[in-house]
Design a protein around this ligand. Structure first.
Ligand SMILES: Nc1ncnc2c1ncn2[C@@H]1O[C@H](COP(=O)(O)OP(=O)(O)O)[C@@H](O)[C@H]1O
Ligand SMILES: [Mg+2]
Length: 254
């Protein structure tokens, strides 16, 4: 049984059709990479998985339970299975790093303060920042802040981690640290990972499976090997980072 299943998801905002009948089964314990240019609906797709957006049509299933139509209170319980690393990695600037990581534990568990601090410290160690606890997010670099946010995302022991463009804005070395962390968390925690990115290096490094969202549909579904060999022009241009006629039409007009 897949851990997650998206069935015929459709979503539009006014006249902007973002998802058209998207179906996807996500295998337990594997890393799925979702590729696609900016504005194609990658974040929208992730938000449907955690119930932050509701589909116009279609269903979302988690571990055999339909979750797109359940009450907010039940959804809150299901959400504890998901760790979400948001695109803007929002940490609370007025809390220390340790307090940031401890936050979901305080909100959602009955653990004692001592247990919570110990758990948060373990999560910081897991992302390679065991000494960052007492510092403030503002004292950390961009890459370190992503890792603190990741420590917070794993604090509740999620079964699924969703990464929304985890390497965007980071230099190649810092990006690779994040890639290694994605691999490490999969190996150590046995989590299922969904990584949204347009960073091909990252995709090739972490993916068990790669899908590409384009024009509201899954335009490609395969592996790092098969995407490299794809002869589809849209896929090829995306991998090579080349602009096509669609992207350059404005230049001809100008
Ligand atoms: N809450 C919203 N209301 C209206 N439009 C939205 C909303 N969220 C996303 N969109 C639109 O949906 C499209 C896909 O957005 P998004 O999923 O953020 O793209 P990306 O692939 O870059 O993550 C964009 O055109 C965006 O403007
Ligand atoms: Mg996005």
């Amino acid at each position: 049984m897949p851990i997650l299943s998206l069935r015929n998801l459709s979503k539009r905002f006014g006249r902007n059709v973002v998802l058209r009948d998207v179906s996807l089964e996500i295998e337990t314990g594997k890393t799925l990479v979702v590729l696609g240019p900016s504005g194609t609906g990658k974040s929208v797709l992730l938000k449907h998985i955690v119930g932050l957006l509701k589909p116009d049509r279609g269903e979302v299933w988690f571990e055999g339970q339909r979750i797109d139509n359940i009450k907010e209170r039940d959804l809150a319980v299901v959400r504890e299975n998901f760790g979400f690393l948001f695109q803007m990695g929002a940490l609370f600037d007025s809390l220390t790093n340790l307090e940031n990581v401890a936050f979901p534990l305080k909100e959602h568990t009955t653990l004692s303060a001592v247990e919570i601090a110990a758990k948060a410290q373990d999560c910081l160690a897991m992302v390679g920042l065991p000494e960052a606890g007492p510092k403030m997010p503002g004292e950390m670099s961009g890459g370190q802040r992503k890792r603190i946010a990741l420590a917070r995302a794993i604090a509740m022991g999620p079964k699924v981690i969703l990464y929304d463009e985890p390497t965007t804005g980071l230099d190649p070395i810092r990006s690779d640290v994040i890639n290694e962390l994605i691999l490490r968390l999969q190996a150590k925690l046995g989590v299922t990972s969904i990584v949204v990115t347009h960073d091909m290096n990252s995709a090739f490094k972490v993916a068990d499976r790669i899908v590409m969202l384009h024009g509201g549909v899954l335009h490609f579904d395969g592996t790092a090997e098969t995407i490299k060999q794809s002869t589809d022009p849209i896929v090829q241009r995306f991998i090579a980072g080349e602009a096509g006629d669609d992207e350059l039409a404005w230049m001809k007009k100008a």
